[in-house]
Design a protein around this ligand. Structure first.
Ligand code: SAM
Ligand code: SF4
Length: 339
């Protein structure tokens, strides 16, 4: 790896025009995936050529630059991050960055049966696993190529590996899996893990379902859950947009990520790095800076890279503008962005 140069008096924090400190980076390390979830991808996706995506070494350098600028938490995501060759080594390297408090991962769970223990050793503290249903046929219908049993085995392997926290992420779509919400919470309770419900976001053009028709709000989910569970509001935040409730009498927390019905932008502390090295300042806007270009044009110069990141804070928008009833203005898929 090239030696990196840093100016000693460079700023060590990222603060945007609205006074928000950015200390959380999400990195999409691949746009590829072994699943084709119908809200996330088209069935016949075209993936990016290798030269267009960041190398593992570039990703590491970027992670290091962000950590030096005060980023304390990095989430590795994708696409399916664990299908990228060398993912485990990358996680080990990022996990060894001293100033980082938290290295976390979002995965579809398909590789966890064999990789969970290695990920724990690499320093991954918390893990989010996507699971939208416990019905094998529905699971196949939603993921198009996924196998429920494989993911359930991955969840068991993660429990054995002993992560600080395991959380299920479920995207709820009306008439596809909205009747599953109670089962999913019961599954989380039985396994002593947490769960977040996510409202679908209009990212990328998808076929096979209409997003406005499929919209199922967090409030509807809460009403459904109230029939079986007592949810106690908590002030707790985990550095993300979820509002958390505790399931009474259990250790399980239930989170709601509601980009449509609630606006969580005023406390936004995060930015995203796409698989192509584009720094996205907001999930719901196109404001971005091409850090791949910066890193490739100034090989090894950490000062230039860090300055580009600091300057990028000036274009972080105040809030996102999602409208589920319109064709997406955001044409990139969640898999490129890193959900
Ligand atoms: N492949 C991994 C997974 O599925 O967990 C990581 C990447 S995936 C893009 C991250 C999260 O984004 C998943 O929980 C997925 O359900 C969610 N997601 C994908 N497309 C979405 C959309 N259009 N709206 C809301 N959530 C979405
Ligand atoms: Fe793959 Fe995750 Fe997108 Fe599903 S949500 S297609 S698992 S990247």
């Amino acid at each position: 790896m090239l030696p990196l140069m840093t100016h000693p008096s460079a700023p060590t924090q990222l603060i945007d025009r609205f006074g928000r400190t950015v200390d959380y980076l999400r990195i999409s390390i691949t746009d590829r995936c072994d699943f084709r979830c119908l809200y996330c991808m088209a069935e016949d996706m075209t993936f990016l050529p290798r030269a267009q995506i960041l190398t593992l070494e570039e990703i590491y350098t970027l992670a290091q630059a962000f950590a030096e600028l005060g980023v304390k938490k990095i989430r590795i995501t994708g696409g399916e991050p664990l299908v990228r060759k060398g993912a485990l080594e990358l996680l080990q390297n990022i996990g060894a960055i001293d100033s980082l408090n938290e290295l976390v991962l979002t995965t579809n769970g398909s590789q966890l049966e064999t990789m969970a223990a290695g990920l724990k050793q690499a320093g991954v503290k918390r893990i989010n696993i996507s699971l939208d249903t416990l019905d094998a046929d529905k699971f196949k219908a939603i993921t198009r190529t996924g196998d429920l049993q494989q993911v359930l085995s991955g969840i068991q392997a993660s429990k054995t590996a002993g992560f600080e926290r395991i959380k299920i992420n479920a995207v709820i779509l009306k008439d596809r899996n909205h009747l599953e919400v109670n089962n999913l919470v019961q599954f989380a309770v039985d396994n002593g893990i947490d769960i977040s419900f996510i409202e679908e976001m209009p990212l990328g053009v998808v076929s096979q379902h209409n997003r406005a028709d499929a919209y199922y709000s967090s409030d509807l989910i809460k009403a459904d859950l109230a029939q079986n569970f007592s949810l106690i509001d908590t002030p707790e935040k985990t550095g993300g947009p979820s509002n958390y409730f505790k399931v009474e009498g259990t250790q399980t927390r239930v989170g709601f990520i509601s980009p449509h019905s609630e606006n969580f932008c005023s406390t936004c502390n995060r930015v995203r790095l796409t698989v192509e090295g584009r720094l996205l300042l907001c999930l719901g806007n196109e404001h971005s800076v091409d850090l791949k270009q910066v890193i490739r044009a100034n090989s090894g110069d950490m000062t230039v890279l860090k300055q580009a990141i600091i300057d990028a804070m000036l274009i972080k928008p105040e809030k996102h503008e999602f409208n589920i009833n319109e064709q997406p203005v955001i044409l990139r898929y969640m898999s490129m962005t890193g959900g």
